[in-house]
Write a protein that binds this ligand. Sequence first.
Ligand SMILES: C[S@@+](CC[C@H](N)C(=O)[O-])C[C@H]1O[C@@H](n2cnc3c(N)ncnc32)[C@H](O)[C@@H]1O
Length: 262
Amino acid sequence: MKIFKIYSEYARAYHEMYQSIFDYEEEFKIYDKYLSKIKAKKILELGCGSGNMAKLFIKNKYDYIGLDCSKEMIALSKEFVPKGKFLLGDMRNLELEETFDAVLVTGRTFTHMTTNHDVMFALNSIHEVLNHEGWLIFDNFDASIIFTDFRETSQNKTMFENRKYLRLSETSFDFNHGWTWKWKSHYEVIEEEKKEEFEDEITLRAFTEDELRLFLSINGFKVCNMEKSANAILTVAQKINEEKTNAQNIYFKQKLNDISET
Ligand SMILES: C[S@@+](CC[C@H](N)C(=O)[O-])C[C@H]1O[C@@H](n2cnc3c(N)ncnc32)[C@H](O)[C@@H]1O
């Protein structure tokens, strides 16, 4: 699979920039609120990145495993959270022996499930690693906001220790696989007199509420809550059947091992 530069050779730059782009403490509080309510203890975080949430889950006594498809991100997680358990893997094809009370897909990671096949494989895989009546909690970009207030250019300036980061972004509609868009970024990292530059190009996907409900329902989940904030939707869904749904049986009979390379 293709792993974007910002998650692989520049994973440390991602980690440093996102310390001031995401508010991990706030994000943790939201997940913790739902996990406490549903009494989930054993959790799997998909797209764990460099372990920012892992640190907080472990500190708060969750029985935690983090998984990411980037070996550089997994190496950073192990460096920053030595007590954590981290696995390299693809959320579209989870091959785990254990099952979990809840699976979390944090930090808009599900935005990388750009094709309907990706979404079907990921939800089916998550369904398989959940305990009876287990929970899926994940956040997604809200298509109804992203595409009605579409920004073609944007800039981010952040600072970490003595490094200055500048990201210049250009975005354009893609629409090849649903509510998708292309995001081209030019990065500059300035440290003392040295400047390093690199480019990345990513396709991202947003979902409407109805799309999320439909994908979840045909993969054996019931939506229990949808919380909207800014340009995102946080969905809390529960696994409602052990057996595959009719749609899953039909789909996976035809599509076994057909995961896109994007
Ligand atoms: C936007 S980052 C979020 C990272 C972390 N959750 C955070 O909030 O900082 C997305 C992460 O998902 C990972 N990722 C993308 N596609 C994946 C897949 N198919 N399976 C597992 N991880 C994936 C990337 O390597 C990256 O670390």
